[in-house]
Design a protein around this ligand. Structure first.
Ligand code: PGA
Length: 260
């Protein structure tokens, strides 16, 4: 079922995959099919080095480009980092606080908050990721963890234009073991309530909240038939053009025809 105020969104997170040449080939392979689907916003997030080439490929296309991360300073002596000033001409979106960044690179909610603020200053729309570990879920701490991540990420913000949140349970990422639609819907309902508390109900009603974690064309409809789930953040399955196109088609069908 489609929300009247939230356009469904499917974002492909390519992670550390594809050379520049492969990224261009991939985007060329799916572009024509994707452009036929008008009821779903589509975003591809290639590695930094391919952003320019993919941006050029999609310049005249409604398909959006996103980065996978960003640093919070505009410029300076931060070897290896990429600033929002550099990203702004190339992308509309930026993924912030993906669990792999939290897990392997020590990103905290405070760092997520800094990156979010910096992105907003340069008119990048953040896709802020939150999610619990398996141990946290089994200990019944999912709501606590998610609430802390949402509150920490959005701390001190009076507004957050273009905000997208992705709920990605860590145990479901890259494992082939997706959450159930009902569980994801319940957590996403909580996230929306936290956003309402922090930024007001009208903002919560326009904020798109995605599910991520082993999304495929075979299971995406199971999530999207729930009204609180506005789309998906797709990892592995976004690297195959036919599969990504099928996910976007399923989203179009699920959001524009089915009711729960
Ligand atoms: P996955 O990754 O679809 O490969 O599970 C999702 C993500 O990490 O964004």
């Amino acid at each position: 079922m489609s929300s009247p105020t939230r356009l469904p969104l499917i974002a492909g997170n390519w992670k550390m995959n594809t050379t520049v040449a492969e990224a261009v080939t991939l985007v060329r392979a799916m572009r024509t099919e994707l452009e036929r689907i008008t009821g779903v916003e589509q975003v591809v997030c290639p590695p930094f080095v391919s952003l320019d080439a993919v941006h050029r490929e999609l310049e005249a296309s409604p398909i959006q480009v996103g980065a996978q991360d960003v640093f919070w300073e505009d410029k300076g002596a931060y070897t290896g980092e990429i600033s929002p000033v550099m990203l702004a001409p190339l992308c509309r979106y930026v993924i912030i606080g993906h669990s792999e960044r939290r897990q392997y690179f020590g990103e905290t909610d405070e760092i997520v908050n800094r990156k979010l603020r910096a992105s907003l200053q340069h008119r990048l729309s953040p896709i802020m990721c939150v999610g619990e570990t398996l141990a946290e879920r089994e200990a019944g701490q999912t709501d606590l963890i998610i609430e802390r991540q949402v509150r920490g990420g959005l701390a001190g913000l009076a507004a957050c234009p273009g905000l997208v949140i992705a709920y990605e349970p860590i145990w479901a990422i890259g494992t082939g073991r997706a959450s159930s639609g009902a569980d994801a819907e319940a957590v996403i309902r909580r996230i929306r309530a936290a956003v309402a508390d922090l930024l007001g109900e009208p903002v919560a009603q326009i904020t798109r909240i995605l599910y991520g974690g082993s999304v495929t064309s075979a299971n995406v409809a199971e999530f999207l038939r729930y009204p609180e789930i506005d789309g998906g953040l797709v990892g592995g399955a976004s690297l195959r053009s036919d599969e990504f196109v099928a996910i976007v088609w399923s989203t179009e069908i699920a959001k524009h025809s089915t009711t729960i």
